[in-house]
Ligand binder design. Sequence first.
Ligand code: ATP
Ligand code: MG
Length: 571
Amino acid sequence: MRTSDYLLATLKETPSDAEVVSHQLMLRAGMVRQVAAGIYNWLPLGLRVLQKVEAIVREEMNNSGALEVLMPGVQPAELWRESGRWEDYGPELLRLNDRHNRDFCLGPTHEEVITTLVKNEIRSYRQLPLNLYQIQTKFRDEVRPRFGIMRGREFIMKDAYSFDVDKEGLQKAYDIMYAAYQKIFTRLGLEFSAVEADNGAIGGSSSHEFHVLADSGEDDIAFCKALEFAANVETVALPPPADSRPEASEPMREVNTPDVKTIEQLATSLNVSASQTVKTLIVKGEDGLVALVIRGDHELNAVKAEALENVISPIAFASQDEISREIGAEPGSIGPVGLNLPIVIDQSVAVMADFICGANKPEKHLVGVNWERDLPLAEIADLRQALQGDPCPGAQNGETISIRRGIEVGHVFQLGRKYSRSMNAYCLNEHGEKTLLYMGCYGIGVSRIVAAAIEQNHDEAGIIWPESITPFSVCIVAIGYKRSEKVRQAADQLYQQLVDTGVEVLLDDRNERPGVLFSDMELIGIPHRITIGEKSLEKNQMEYKYRSAEDGEAVQADQVLNFIKSKTSTQ
Ligand code: ATP
Ligand code: MG
């Protein structure tokens, strides 16, 4: 491809509305353009990368024995009513009507459609195992579409669904997918980790997420090298604190805290550490509101809170109005003393003495508060998010977790018989008995991978593509292509030779200053660059530079083809 024939839509300025590097670089490199919030056009350069990711995913899915299908993006409501998710799914499901006023939705996932398809095609265990997958556009009306295509509303997913006659079959299918995912992310050239995504309550590991590790990730991953432990921090259960509760040493008293809205402001105004304060969060429960109390320097773990019997799932915080109505206090000044609601406190709160909390009155807090003296000890639970340095689950020798951020790019999940039960998907087992199918589902965020790869691989100048998904492998920067017959001839010849050898090459033949040519090629991230200019040609040389190398090197002009071939064929 020649840039003069291409839509090279690079931008000099960093678009101001793009928060993360991958979004900025995808816009600046001319890979995508926004159409509406969370909805994007893929330009030729971006599409090349997307299609490479797709090709690797498709190849490894096929290698694993899965079969490709294509299901519709628009799905009838009846199927969702059958599974019970028409009511349960919430506003991420975009619902629409056709001209006959029938209900439809845009598919955010395809369990309903695939279960219906398979139950109509499969009669006997002899037709199993079966794993069907597709690479297709999904629509989820995300509350906060952001970070460009990383969290879009319309995005491309590979979703696979396995069907087996028994649990053992499902485990096998799961293991095969797990191994295929390892291959896929390795081939993509990304630093990734498979992490446990449930707390093992169902027995064993029935769900893993695959994360690309990058500082901008939205998820915290807890690692312990010594114990080979990696889990989404949401799932990390914490043991009760080793220390017991100290004796009370202060009387409880009320203090004025004007203009204090946050824990930081509270800690600063009273000159204490945030760990001496507690925050009281009011959430909706099965019968009325529930107060959850955690230490001021801790974060609530929503998954743990949702698991409480009395708390509704997904977690819903009470509105300001509800809080004022039910408690008669402002959200910033609530505390457990005298609070007439069911109260659940985190384990670490139960061992606090002389702590500080809201007084349930505007602009007032209580200091020197003590359990079993100023208020009864409440129900205790593990409610907080694990932190760096917390004990690793299963630690025998004081092993602790460290936390890194990750971008979820894949998810493997044992569904069991959830959908086959609600949608009556049976087959006959080897004894001729009707038995519900065991299902697994396996997603990969194909479009998200493009952004995740950039988050992990970039520098000041732009993207640094892993070889496996780069839009072009080699670029030829021809300085003075339009002016110099010699440069033109050498560039055209090398270009044609590379094309003939099957190397994906971009010839930059634009009539621009060398600085513009170099910075554009660096921005779009092509790994191998050959520069051809009159001066070096006089010495019978061209310059080679690897994208992430500091400096270039001179290569004999007649050796360049072999040189590049050796560089690109080792990949
Ligand atoms: P998240 O927690 O990021 O919302 P999810 O748990 O909803 O993800 P799954 O339903 O497991 O995601 O979907 C499979 C994969 O699809 C995810 O691992 C992710 O890579 C990708 N994905 C999910 N939502 C989006 C989105 N809004 N934009 C782009 N990719 C997405
Ligand atoms: Mg989601």
